[in-house]
Structure formats: structure tokens, C-alpha cells
Write a protein that binds this ligand. Sequence first.
Ligand code: MN
Length: 248
Amino acid sequence: MTSAQTGVEPGRCLFVSDVHLDTVAGAAEAQFLALLRTEAPRVEALYILGDLFESWVGDDTPAHPAVIEALAALSASGVGCFVLHGNRDFLLGSGFAERTGCHLLPDPVVREFGGERVLLTHGDALCTDDHAYQELRTTVRDPAWQRRFLALPLATRELLANEARAGSRAHTSRTRPTIMDVNPGAVEAAFRATGARRIIHGHTHRPAVHDTQIDGRPAQRMVLGAWYEQGSCLSYEAGRYHLRALPR
Ligand code: MN
């Protein structure tokens, strides 16, 4: 079948991040499911740059059946679905990938769009001023820690995840906002290490397009917003990017 017959527009991509879906289905879930039904089937690839879920305690969780089903339908229809881990859903694993047809990508990862190398990352690793968070990140990304956690009964993991979320809220409320934004030096280092001139990330919940210079050459950092009050997405088509809010 040609792309005209399937309705897929070649090269068109959609990026979202920080949908933060809760186990109790709410407005964000309804809006995200609508995006998966309407706009997402018309693109070649959907990139979810982390924190799709507010928490993920293991692939054996029965949570979010509608989202799992919708992602599976989208993948089955031929749309490439790519997922990065966020700081909330860093335990998404091969079971999730099998159930949804999504491909888990490492963070950071460089992909090509229209022949341009673009660095995709959740963004938390760039927030190097938040030392307490970076220490926690090192702990929970350790494979041995993850194996021990995943060996606990599901109910225990859910309890611990709720405690971690309360701890995270407390940390966020007492930490200065600038500390929780990306560190300019970390951003520059990421540009230089990869040779990319465009970074797309989420996590900071500060949707914006930042023009910058790296070694005298123009570069751009595109930040996706969170889905707490409204949706946020970035679309790519024929060399152009468009960041937009999705009102509810
Ligand atoms: Mn995040």
C-alpha cells in the first residue's frame, strides 16, 4: 500500500511529553486519547519524550488499559511509536513495549528529521543544578535497584510510588524554580557532545522555543509543555517545527 492509501503523511512527526496520566482517568487522558485517534494516525511517527504516566510501578500493572489499547491500535496501523523514559515512568519495560507496539528509546538519543540530527531527551538529566534530584536519579536508574524494586509485590510498589510522589511534590515546592530548570552548561555540553543543533525535550513544564548559539552557529532548544491544564505538542513536517498548546 502506498502512503496515500494509508493516509500516512511521510516525514510528518508528532512529539509530546509529560502527559502525566494518572491511574484515575481524567481530562488529560481523554484529551490524549483524542489526539491518538485524530492527529496521530496521520503521522509517520509519534515520539513520547517521557512521563507519559504519572507513575509506572512495573509492566505487570493493570493500570491505563485504554491508553495501552489506543497505543497498540496506533502502532498496529503503521505509525511508529517511540517512547523515552521520564523521571516518573522510568520503569517502562519490554512488557509495556510488547503490549503497545511502542519502541523504547535510550535517553538521550539522536534521530534524524528531514536529514537533520536532532537530540531527543526527557530533560531531567539537563537539570544538573538540582543535586538532590540527580542523586535520586542515579539511585533509581541503577539496574540492581530496579530489579529489587520490581521483585516486590505490586501493592507494595504502588504504596512506595505514592510515597515517592509525595516526596517529589514536597521537594518541588521547597526548591527554587531556577534550580529545577535546565543548566545552560549542561545544554551546551549536550549540543557539543552530539553535534546536534536542535534539542527537543520536556520535563521542565516550560513550553518554549529557545534560540541560541553554539560555537558561533545557531542552535535551537524546543521545550514541550505538561498536560496538567491543557495539552502541548510539537509537530514536524517538511523541515518546519510547530510548537502549540492544545486547549481543553
Ligand atoms: Mn519529568
